[in-house]
Design a protein around this ligand. Structure first.
Ligand code: AHR
Length: 514
């Protein structure tokens, strides 16, 4: 299923693949691969800007309709995405978060300063109990990120005990007094975040020792023991994966990894979220496709150190990161979300599916109002972004069985002598038994004809949805909430051949018929 090799093509190769050619996509339904873990479609909610406060949590006394403080409109929209898991409370925030600040009567909780994100007051209104209310309402797994940076092994161990123990333990009784007699179900627990940066500026060897030190004391009843995640590397650095998979493999479910897509590749001037030139549409495509190489290189390291594939590779932060919207708090990381973001999301899904045996979780950053969000709110108003719709269209891929896809005669989308593959494709057998195919067109100008074959069977047609727009930066606003949304799509075979016209800058997910 390797649709992209290599992600960026040199000009000499471009001439061999004219943009107008028909692209052949062949799905081999007879050779099922690994299951695409539903957690590949995981979300990330950090105490950052209006990502949690206002965006999701308004408190039980709010006039905005809510359940236990969580906005009904937002929760309903997220449920339609079948959100499989939520990572909380950070991010960088996690390494300054002390869990005891977030339990007990809300009006007695200490107010802290969110030093990472805008220096604003952190009321601690959302704490452990509120987080579990949210995941329970969503029917999602819980991924709690522990504080290694400013916490202690004792504090971390006691948080685990508070959440998972029962009976006479004082911490279990405290949890009961705070309204939850039954233990919480902590599915995943990470020891620190970005320990190479905001989590403590450590060396991988030092962190590996700390990780073993802390996890030694993380005890929970066997049936409620979370899966532990070691905080790994980023971008094109494989050192963290190498050191951790050699030094800290025991009892570790996965090593995490972060990679953000910046149009310019420069943190000081990342590029605008809207009103950008075509050169930045192109560079965003090229930059996001580097995810393939990053995963491939890390997976090669894991295959060497962990040939039995016990350790997962969790991309627990990914997505676009643009210059912050003018006039907003720079620490809130608010950016608008366009059709470009939907195409980026789908390209990444197609890459993640290729590595389904190792990439068993990813978390887009972030769920609401922050970076590449699903949902944008403004007081009581809410809109769904193009990224939301990409996630919704790909729901059939959750827990589906990946199927190999071969592309030949792929088109190339080229700008200024550099090119990226025009079409990205992925396929899977859904839990409903249907064969699903996802097609993404990176070219913002031209539609591309794809001839679809499913090896070993005849295909009468396809039916599903397509998401596209006229402008490269088309997006939904509170005035035009439906400017970018999926439309039904179908195509029928003619003369034994099924040709699908994939519109410019589009994401398409179809089920195969016949
Ligand atoms: O998602 C925003 C920030 O990006 C996270 O807090 C941090 O882990 C990463 O650097």
């Amino acid at each position: 299923m390797k649709a992209f090799r290599p992600a960026i093509l040199a000009l000499g190769i471009l001439a061999a693949f004219p943009a107008f050619a028909q692209v052949n996509v062949t799905v081999d339904a007879g050779k099922p691969g690994a299951t695409i873990n539903k957690n590949v479609y995981g979300q990330f909610a950090e105490h950052l800007g209006t990502g949690i406060y206002e965006g999701m949590w308004v408190g039980p006394e709010s006039k905005i309709p809510n359940t236990k403080g969580w906005r009904n409109d937002v929760v309903k929209a997220l449920k339609e995405l079948h959100v499989p898991l939520v990572r909380w409370p950070g991010g960088c925030f996690a390494d300054e978060y002390h869990w005891r600040d977030g339990i007990g009567a809300r009006n007695k909780r200490p107010v802290k300063v969110n030093t990472n994100w805008g220096g604003v007051p952190e009321s601690n209104a959302v704490g452990t109990h509120e987080f579990f209310d949210l995941v329970e309402m969503l029917g999602a797994d819980a991924y709690v990120n522990g504080n290694l940076g400013t916490g202690t092994p004792q504090e971390m161990a006691e948080w685990i005990e508070y959440m998972t123990s029962e009976g006479d333990s004082s911490l279990a009784q405290l949890r009961a007094k705070n309204g939850h007699p039954k233990p919480f179900k902590v599915d995943y627990f990470a020891v620190g975040n970005e320990t190479w940066g905001c989590g403590g500026n450590m060396r991988p060897e030092y962190y590996a020792d700390l990780y073993k030190h802390y996890t030694t004391f993380m005890k929970a009843p066997k049936e409620r023991l979370p899966k532990f995640i070691a905080s790994g590397g980023h971008d094109d650095d494989t050192t963290w994966t190498d050191v951790l998979s050699r030094e800290a493999a025991r009892g570790t479910d996965a090593i995490s990894f972060h990679y953000y897509t910046l149009p310019t590749g420069v943190w000081e001037r990342k590029g605008a979220a809207v009103g950008f030139p075509e050169s930045e549409w192109f560079s965003t495509m090229a930059s996001t496709l580097r995810m393939d190489d990053h995963i491939k290189r890390n997976v090669a390291v894991l295959d060497k150190n962990d040939p039995q594939k016990k350790i997962g590779f969790y991309v627990d932060e990914w997505g676009t990161w643009y210059d912050v919207e003018a006039g907003t708090n720079p620490g809130f990381l608010f950016q608008r979300n366009t059709i470009r973001d939907a195409v980026v999301a789908a390209l990444n899904f197609n890459i993640f599916h290729q590595y389904a045996d190792r990439v068993r979780m990813t978390n887009i950053a972030q769920m609401v109002n922050v970076l590449q969000a699903m949902i944008i709110t403004d007081k009581d108003r809410m809109l769904l972004t193009p990224t939301y719709y990409a996630f919704q269209m790909y729901v059939p891929f959750q827990d589906a069985t990946s199927l190999p896809v071969a592309l030949s005669n792929n088109a190339t989308y080229a700008v200024n002598g550099r090119g990226v593959p025009g079409i990205s494709a992925s396929a899977a057998r859904g839990k409903d038994g249907k064969t699903y195919v996802a097609l993404v067109n990176t070219n913002p100008h031209d539609a591309t004809d794809v001839v679809l074959n499913v090896a070993g069977r005849s295909v009468n047609g396809v039916r599903g949805q397509v998401l596209t727009a006229d402008a490269m930066d088309a997006h939904n606003t509170f005035e035009r909430k439906d400017a970018v949304k999926p439309a039904p799509f179908s195509a029928a075979a003619a003369g034994g051949k099924l040709t699908i016209k994939v519109p410019a800058k589009s994401v398409m997910v179809v089920a195969v018929e016949g």
